[in-house]
Design a protein around this ligand. Structure first.
Ligand code: MTE
Length: 323
């Protein structure tokens, strides 16, 4: 386990511009601004040359072949144009249209609860020690659609371990930013804001759980949960909280947003399971975004195809009851 020497945030020392330069500095030195040769192959990203198109900065990362999917990845436009992020509206095109109001610098992350190291830390200090990798993951939304996404990030377990959770830490809770001015969807009582998600700690420590900072080799666009979101490819997409500002280690199972809003429809585990229907629709099949209107629906896979890596987490649990 790495020793954590993170300076806590002092609001007086923060200026947005300083953070902007720090972030760029980090990219140019520690992480390194990607050169053209490090960028994904032409056609995979929306634009290949970092100094031509404005938009998310390129990241330096290593592809991780252990986490690749044979299906074609969705396009950058599909991944960043068809989103669920209710803080910016309910239609799939709303997050791309409205998430420009979110300021992702400066950004800080608070660590709270059952851990030896707690406090509020600069995003830059949170990210610094973690080499970035690309993992191509299946992404299955509870609504019945799916995508394949080349995320850039690092194992969630590596981050959590730095805070040395204690023996009472049985769960991990993730909280999204609460700021109705930046997130206008929070002005409507669609959910009890802020958005909260949670995992059992052994789920959070599973090597598949990814702390995501980018997509297609570039910094995450706001609509996908910038600057920090998790992705848990064996669970329905709603478990993967976006724009996270707080991680709390708890002894009790946290009350998360969707089970709080509709307990009969959404469970805490939310593992992808073709045998357990949503009360209002079947989960047996899914529609791959971008496949075309007439493409046949694909069969949903147990744990979204990741059973080999995660089934052991749920041994002894009745997956029909604990959904
Ligand atoms: N996180 C927050 N804060 N707010 C949301 O509305 N939607 C969830 C999840 N994380 C959501 C969220 C749902 S339902 C899905 S399917 C995924 O984000 C969508 O992620 P994507 O837009 O990057 O595909």
């Amino acid at each position: 386990m790495r020793d954590l020497k993170l300076p806590a945030v002092r609001p007086s020392e923060i200026t947005a511009e300083r953070y902007f330069h720090m972030r760029r500095g980090l990219l140019a030195s520690g992480l390194g601004l990607a050169t053209a040769s490090l960028l994904p192959a032409p056609g995979r990203a929306a634009s290949a040359a970092p100094n031509v198109a404005p938009g998310p900065a390129a990241l330096r990362y290593t592809p991780n072949p252990r986490y690749a999917v044979t299906d074609r990845s969705n396009s950058y436009e599909e991944i960043t144009g068809y989103n669920n992020f209710y803080e910016f509206g309910l239609d799939k095109s709303d997050p791309a249209a409205n998430a420009g109001s979110l300021r992702t610098r400066p950004w800080s992350l608070t660590i709270a609860g059952e851990a030896e190291v707690t406090g509020t830390f600069h995003l830059e200090d949170i990210l610094k020690p973690h080499p970035l990798e690309e993992r191509i993951y299946r992404h299955r939304c509870v609504e019945g659609w799916s995508m394949v996404i080349p995320w850039v990030g690092f194992p969630l377990a590596d981050l959590l371990a730095r805070f040395r959770p204690n023996s009472r830490a049985k769960y991990v809770e993730f909280t999204t930013l609460l700021d109705p001015r930046q997130m206008p969807g929070q002005q409507r009582a669609v959910l009890d804001w802020p958005y909260v998600e949670g995992l059992r700690i052994d789920e959070a420590m599973n090597p598949l759980a990814l702390m995501v900072v980018g997509v297609y080799g570039r910094e995450l666009p706001n609509q996908n949960g910038a600057p920090l979101r998790v992705h848990l490819p064996w669970k329905y997409g709603f478990k993967s909280g976006k724009s996270i500002v707080r991680i709390r280690f708890t002894e009790r199972q946290p009350l998360t947003s969707w089970p709080a809003a509709s307990p009969g429809e959404y469970g805490f585990y939310a593992n992808v399971n073709p045998m357990v229907d949503h009360p209002r629709w079947s989960q047996a099949t899914e529609r791959r975004i971008g496949a075309g209107l007439f493409a046949p629906r694909r069969p949903t896979e147990l744990f979204n195809g990741y059973a080999e890596q995660v089934a052991g987490l749920y041994r002894g649990l009745d997956l029909r009851r604990s959904y």
